[in-house]
Design a protein around this ligand. Structure first.
Ligand code: NDP
Length: 297
C-alpha cells in the first residue's frame, strides 16, 4: 500500500478490516479501550498509538469505524483529537455507518484544514470483513474517491461511488432499514406458522422456494435462529441507530416512511428489553418471547 494508514475503532467489524490493512503495509491503530489496541498491535505487528492525534500525525490516510458519526466528530477535537494531528493533504475515510448531515459538517471542517473526506460505510458483515469482501458505499468528490480506492480495496471487493459526501451513509441507512423491516416481518410470520403447527424448518424451506424469501430467510434464519446459536456479530443497538438515520433521511426527502418508522419503534423496544450487547437477529428472539414460541428445527 502506498499510503501510510491509521485506523481508529477496533470493534467487531473494525478489527478485521484493520487486520487487512496491517497485512498490506505499515499501520498505526487507536482504540478507546487501550488493551484492545495493544492486543491488536501485538497480533498484527503494527503500532498502537496513545491518542487519536498521534494516529493522525503518523498517517496519510485515517480510517474511522465507530458506532455513530457523533462519536467520530467528538474524536476530532481537544488536545488529543485527530484534528491536531492531521496534515493538509491527508485523506479521512469514515467507515462508520453514520448520518449524512454530520458527515457533511465533518467534511466542511476537514476541508478547512486541507483534509479530504469521504463517507465509506460497508456491508457484508463480520464474515465479509474477515474475508476482505466487503462492499463499500462511498460518498465524496471523484478525486477523493479515486485516492481512497487503493486503501479500501484492502478489505473490500466492490467500491461503489454513490455521489457527494453523505450519499454513502444514506445508501447504508436505507439498506439497513430494509434489513430491519425484513427481520421483524420474517420473525412474526414464522412465529405464527410454528404456532399454527408448521415445523419451523419446513416453513423456512418453503418460504425459500417461494416469493417471500429474502437474505434473512435464506441465510440468517437457518444459520442463527433455527439452530438457536444466536451469535453476536452486529449489535441490535447499531441496527436501531441505522433505522433512525433512515427515518431522518425519509423525513428530509419529504417521503412518508411508515415502514421505517414502525421498524424503528419495534427495534427501540427490543433494544430496551434485550440491552446494548444483544445481536440484531435477537429481535426475533423478542418476537418469540412475546408469542410464547420458539422457531427451531
Ligand atoms: P462495536 O460496538 O463492535 O465497536 C465499536 C468500536 O467503536 C469499538 O472499537 C469501540 O471502542 C469504539 N467506540 C465506541 N464508542 C466510542 C467513542 N465514543 N469514542 C471512541 N471510540 C468509541 O461496533 P462494530 O465494529 O460492529 O460497528 C462499527 C460501525 O460499523 C458501526 O457504525 C456499525 O453500524 C457498522 N457496521 C457494523 C457491522 C457488523 O457486522 N458488526 C456491519 C456493517 C457496518 P471500545 O473497544 O472501547 O468499546
Amino acid at each position: 500500500m502506498s499510503l501510510r494508514a491509521g485506523f481508529v475503532g477496533l470493534g467487531a467489524i473494525g478489527a478485521p478490516m484493520a487486520a487487512h490493512l496491517a497485512r498490506r503495509g505499515p499501520l498505526v491503530v487507536w482504540n478507546r479501550t487501550a488493551e484492545r489496541a495493544a492486543e491488536f498491535a501485538a497480533r498484527y505487528r503494527c503500532r498502537s498509538a496513545r491518542t487519536p492525534r498521534e494516529v493522525a500525525a503518523e498517517s496519510e490516510v485515517v480510517i474511522t469505524c465507530l458506532p455513530t458519526s457523533q462519536d467520530v466528530e467528538r474524536l476530532l477535537d481537544g488536545p488529543d483529537g485527530l484534528l491536531g494531528g492531521l496534515e493538509p493533504g491527508a485523506l479521512f475515510l469514515d467507515c462508520t455507518s453514520g448520518d449524512p448531515a454530520t458527515s457533511r459538517r465533518l467534511a466542511g471542517r476537514l476541508a478547512a484544514r486541507g483534509v479530504a473526506f469521504a463517507d465509506a460505510p460497508v456491508s457484508g458483515g463480520t464474515n465479509g470483513a474477515e474475508a476482505g469482501t466487503l462492499t463499500v458505499m462511498i460518498g465524496g468528490d471523484p478525486g477523493t474517491v479515486a485516492r481512497a480506492r487503493e486503501v479500501l480495496s484492502a478489505f473490500s471487493s466492490r467500491i461503489e461511488h454513490l455521489g457527494p459526501v453523505g450519499t454513502g451513509h444514506a445508501m447504508k441507512a436505507v439498506n439497513n432499514a430494509l434489513l430491519a423491516i425484513n427481520i421483524l416481518a420474517v420473525g412474526e410470520g414464522l412465529a405464527a406458522l410454528v404456532k399454527a403447527g408448521v415445523p419451523a424448518r419446513t416453513a423456512v424451506e418453503v418460504l425459500n422456494l417461494s416469493s417471500g424469501r429474502s437474505f434473512v430467510s435464506e441465510v440468517l434464519v437457518p444459520e442463527r435462529v433455527l439452530n438457536g446459536s444466536w451469535p453476536r456479530t452486529f449489535r441490535l443497538a447499531l441496527l436501531h441507530k441505522d433505522t433512525g438515520i433512515a427515518q431522518e433521511l425519509l423525513r428530509d426527502a419529504g417521503v412518508k416512511g411508515p415502514m421505517a418508522e414502525l421498524a424503528g419503534t419495534l427495534l427501540g423496544r427490543a433494544r430496551a428489553a434485550l440491552g446494548e450487547d444483544a445481536d440484531y437477529l435477537e429481535a426475533i428472539r423478542l418476537v418469540e418471547q412475546e408469542a410464547g414460541v420458539e422457531i427451531r428445527g
